[in-house]
Design a protein around this ligand. Structure first.
Ligand code: SAH
Ligand code: SF4
Ligand code: F3S
Length: 481
């Protein structure tokens, strides 16, 4: 299909560029023009979000805007008038899932000719994906990206009232738009963006192109949001950024992330988490602040990606494995009860058996509580995608299996330490499998399934651990100490 006037299509070259232009922060009150207010009345939307917490948080904004327009959220696709897929582009299999879903959903159009299919999120930022949608998935009528969620009312108006296929994807990041509505999906745990985008440009990663340059929110805006959440009764907040350690560098905020963490701790919210920290710019100040405040949880996601310094260099990670170990040791020394998770990629182009062995070695060294492990997936437009690769896929799969075995072993071993311990648990509610058993998380982010006395969703209670499995602990609620 030929480009239509009015479309803004993604542009990979533009997405690769960084400008020094300052980012405007808009505090204008978000309002939906009255002529579009009725658009969703009596209509239902179905929203599915893939990918990371940043995308989950965007999903809350999208749902908030749609409800302001009169839509109601539904978990039944068959009964919906708008199906919106908020997508992730980080690996090919994430994309394949979405394309498979879009293909199989086409049949719903026959039942309801007015049904609108929309795609947003990181896949919408990809030039080749949008071309593919235009050629092979003509039933997708609404495509918008990660930089213009606040345009959703206008875009929906175009599709619903004017019956025009609508594509608006900006490859250059726009303003930071404060004051957007949000329908928080959690009742006691909330996500809080502290910054958007990423400027690290790890050579395998598409995120800097789909999310634009690093932009921090102001400390005042973040603390305001945190205080509001606290007043609403939220017990846990997770500060979000692709690399939270970079917080404030663009705004020249003195003290950066360590300062923000301190101010966050002072709000008195019972549980504070953050993700993700890049090992390159994790400072001693940050370690000290995490150690100082009891309401900053002793759990750190510290993606290592590879255990081999040569591979790390080609990945553009900016640290050697020795530096990673030193950081890990420094955190452990200061915060002995700290739990760690990590991300690891196997089968990066030309990874040798010895280099892979180094990855196994770092897992032995750090004994992670959890690790998210992936087979390298080439991403169009990234430097690594142009590298010749002499490792066959079967070898990569075998390496992943071997790595996972080790990861599982340490997850199990770490959990054994909890036998007979009494731990604090923030209660999520009844467990999925058995409504009589409740579940929640420890401060160190361990899932606990427990027999309750009087625990309710959102309470922080004490649980005695009686059995320790690889990915969860079993326990019994006990009285406060
Ligand atoms: N900003 C976060 C990561 C976001 S992506 C950070 O730097 O920690 C989440 C994880 O996906 C990454 O840590 C990496 O392990 C993995 N990943 C990213 N690009 C990938 C690719 N092309 N192939 C395989 N895994 C990838
Ligand atoms: Fe991707 Fe690296 Fe940025 Fe994380 S820090 S989002 S892995 S480029
Ligand atoms: Fe995926 Fe985009 Fe997040 S690519 S991991 S949804 S930033």
């Amino acid at each position: 299909m030929k480009k239509q006037p009015g479309w803004a299509l993604p542009d990979l070259k533009a997405a690769q560029v960084r400008t020094t232009q300052t980012v405007n922060i808009s505090h204008e009150q978000f309002a939906i023009p009255s002529e579009w207010h009725h658009l969703g009345i009596g209509k239902r939307f179905y929203l599915r979000t893939y990918g990371c917490q940043a995308n989950e948080r965007d999903g809350e904004t999208l749902a908030g805007i749609l409800e302001l327009m009169g839509f109601t959220q539904s978990d039944d696709m068959e009964q919906s008038d708008l199906i919106l897929l908020n997508t992730c582009a980080v690996r090919k299999n994430a994309e394949e899932k979405v394309l498979g879903e879009l293909g199989s959903l086409k049949r719903l159009r026959k039942q309801n000719p007015n049904l609108i299919f929309g795609m947003c999120g990181c896949m919408a930022q990809e030039e080749d994906i949008v071309q593919l949608l235009l050629e092979k998935y003509p039933h997708v009528e609404l495509i918008f990206g990660t930089h213009n969620l606040h345009h959703l009312p206008k875009l929906l108006h175009q599709v619903m009232e004017k019956h025009e296929k609508t594509i608006e994807v900006f490859s250059k990041e726009g303003d930071i738009v404060e004051n957007l509505p949000a329908k928080r999906f959690g009742t006691h745990k909330a996500w809080v963006n502290i910054m958007y985008g990423c400027d690290k440009f790890c050579t395998y990663c598409i995120v800097p192109y789909t999310r634009g340059k690093e932009r921090s929110r102001t400390m005042e805006d973040i603390i305001d949001e945190l205080n509001t959440l606290k007043a609403q009764g939220y017990k846990e907040v997770t500060l979000l950024g692709q690399n939270v350690n970079s917080y404030g560098k663009d705004l020249h905020i003195e003290g950066g992330f360590a300062k923000l963490l301190t101010e966050t701790a002072k709000t008195g919210i019972p549980r504070i988490r953050f993700t993700t920290s890049h090992p390159w710019d994790f400072t001693q100040d940050m370690i000290d602040v995490i150690a100082k405040y009891d309401n900053i949880m002793p759990f750190i996601h510290l993606p290592v990606q590879s255990g081999d310094s040569d591979i790390l260099k080609i990945m553009g990670r900016r640290y050697t494995i020795e530096q990673y170990k030193n950081l890990f040791d420094a955190i452990k020394t200061k915060i002995p009860n700290c739990a760690f998770s990590t991300d690891i990629i196997v089968g990066f182009p030309n990874e040798t058996q010895t280099q892979f062995q180094h990855t196994l070695d770092i897992v032995d060294y750090c004994r992670f509580d959890n690790a998210y492990t992936f087979i390298y997936s080439p991403r169009e437009g990234t430097p690594a995608a142009n590298m010749q690769d002499n490792v066959d896929f079967q070898t990569k799969q075998e390496r992943l299996a071997q790595l996972n075995e080790k990861v599982n072993h340490y997850a199990w071993e770490n959990n054994q330490k909890y036998k007979d311990a009494i731990v604090s648990v923030l209660v999520d509610g009844p467990s999925k499998k058995n409504p009589n058993i409740y579940c929640g998380y420890t401060e160190t982010n361990k899932l606990v399934n427990f027999e309750r006395m009087d625990a309710k969703c959102g309470d922080i209670i004490q649980v005695k651990i009686v059995a320790c499995k690889t990915w969860s602990l079993d326990g019994i609620q006990v009285k406060e100490k």
